[in-house]
Design a protein around this ligand. Sequence first.
Ligand code: NAD
Length: 546
Amino acid sequence: MDNARLEIPPPENERVNRFPPGSAERERLADELKRQYGQRLEIPLCIGGREVRTGRIGRAVCPHEHGHVLAEYHQAGEEEYRQAIVAALAAREQWARLSWSDRAAIFLRAAELVSGKYRFVLNAATMLNQSKNPHEAEIDAVAELADFLRFNVWFMQRIYADQPQAHAPGSWNRSCYRPLEGFVFAVSPFNFTSIAGNLASAPALMGNVVVWKPASASVLSNFILMEVFREAGLPDGVINFVPGPGPLAGRMALESAHLAGVHYTGSTEVFSSLWKSIGGRIRGYRSYPRLVGETGGKNFVFVHPSADLDAAAVALARGAFEYQGQKCSAVSRAYVAESCWPALWRRLEPLIGGIHRDMGDPRDFAFFNAVISQASFDQAMAAVRRARQSGCARVIAGGGGDDRIGYFVEPTVILTEDPLYATMLEELFLPVLTVHVFPDERWEETLRLCDSSTPYALTGALFASERAVIARTLEQLSHAAGNFYVNDKPTGAVVGQQPFGGARASGTNDKAGSFLNLLRWTSPQTIKENFSPPHEFRYPFMRAGD
Ligand code: NAD
C-alpha cells in the first residue's frame, strides 16, 4: 500500500442551481424529466462488472403517480448475493494494492460526472422515483453527493498523513492504513441519493470492496450512480449493486465469515436486528465487523419567549415539511413556550397553507410532493385518526390525504397538551409535526423531558436570543442531538460544514461527511523498522556476569 502524502487542496462545496422560472437550467431539467418519464428502463444487478438479470422483477414507480412505472429492476436472490460476495472478495487484493491516489482519482472523476454530465439525469431520477422537488433533488443527488466524494478524498489524505510523531534514535515508525480484511455490506435508505452513494463509495475509497443493497424505493437514481462509478473507472467487483429483499440480503451478508463491516442508514429496528445477528455469530467472523449505522430520529425544536418568531416559523415550516418530512433530520416535535405560541402560530399557519396549496407532481415543480409508499401514507392517516380520537391531541392543520393517484399527505400539525403523547415520541418519518405548548416557567423541566422522553438523539434546534438560555439549553441537551442548531432549522447539514450523525438510538454517530466515518473503514498497521537493532542481550540494570 502506498500511503504517501499528496497535497490535494480542501474542496469547496458544490454550487446549487436554483431553477428560477425561465432559466436555462429549469428548461434542461424539464426536458430530462420528460425523457425519463417517457421511458421504461430495465435495471440489471451489477456483480463483478457483469450485468445480471434474474427475471424476478420489481417496479420503480413515481410515488406521486403510483400507476406510472419508470423502470423494472431485477432483484437478487440467494445465488446473486452469494455471487456478489465472491466477486467483491475476488476484486479485493488488486483494489487494495492500487495506490490511494489512483483510488482518489476515480472518485474525484465520479464527482465531476455527478456535477456535470449526470447532473440533470440524477436530479430527474431522484425527483421522479423519490418524489422530490428540484431544490431538494439538487441539494441531495448533486450537491451533497459531489461534496461527499470530494471531501472524502481530502479527509482520506489527512488520515493517511497522520503518522507517528516520535522515533527512537536509529529507528522509524509508520502507520499503514490498510482496508478491512473482507467485504463491507452497504445498506442504503430510500430518502437520500447522496447517502446511498456515500454508503457504497466511502469504504471503497479507503480500499475496501463493497456489496451494496440499495432501497427498493430508490433503485432508479441508485442504478444511475452505479453507472457513474463505473464510468469513472471503478474496477469490476469493487462495488456490487444488488437490489433485492432486505432480510435476504442481510442474512446472506451476515452469514459470510468475510463480513468486515456494515455501512448502514435506515430505521433503528433494522440496524438493531443486524447488530443482534452479528453479535450472535461473532465467533464465525475473521475479524470483529465494523458496524456503522445512522438510524431513526425524533427531532425537536424549542421556542423560547425571547425567540425571533418569524425565523422560528420559517424553520418549523421548512424543517418539518420539506421533502414531506422524510429527511432523517426533519422536525417532528416542537416545544413552544406558552407566551409566544399564539404569535408563532399566526406566522406558521399561513406558511403551512402555502405548502398545502403547492402540493403536486415534481414535474410541475410543485414544492410539496408525495410520500414514498402506500405504507407511509397509511401510517400518516392512522396517526391522524388516533389524534382525532384522542382526548389530549387536536389536528390543527392538514390531516387529509389522497392516495388515488399518488401518496399525497397534507402537511399536518397536531397540538397536544401531553408531552408524552404518541406522536411526541414515535418516529413517523412523515409530514406530521406535533407541538406541545408549555408554561414559560417550566422551561427547565421541559428541557429535561425532551432529553429523556424518546430514545433518539439525532437533530434538535433552539430559537432564543438570550445568551444564558442558549448556553443552558446546550448544556442540558448536550446528549439529546448529534447535530444541534441555534436559531436555525435542524435540517440541511452540509458536508464539510456540519458533519452529520446522531447517538443513542439514532446511530453510532460516526459522522457521515467527515474523517471520523472514513476511520471506520481502515485497519491501521503500525510498522517499526529498526536501522540498528541491539546486539547485546543484557540491560544496564542487570548484575554483571549474569
Ligand atoms: P428501512 O429501515 O426501511 O430500510 C433501510 C434499508 O435496509 C433498505 O435498503 C432496506 O431494504 C434494508 N433492509 C430492511 N430489512 C433488512 C434486513 N433485515 N437486513 C438488511 N437490510 C434490510 O429505512 P427507509 O424507509 O429506507 O429509510 C427511512 C429510515 O432511515 C428512517 O428511520 C430514517 O430516520 C432513517 N434515516 C436515517 C438517517 C440518518 O442519517 N440518521 C438518514 C436517512 C434515513
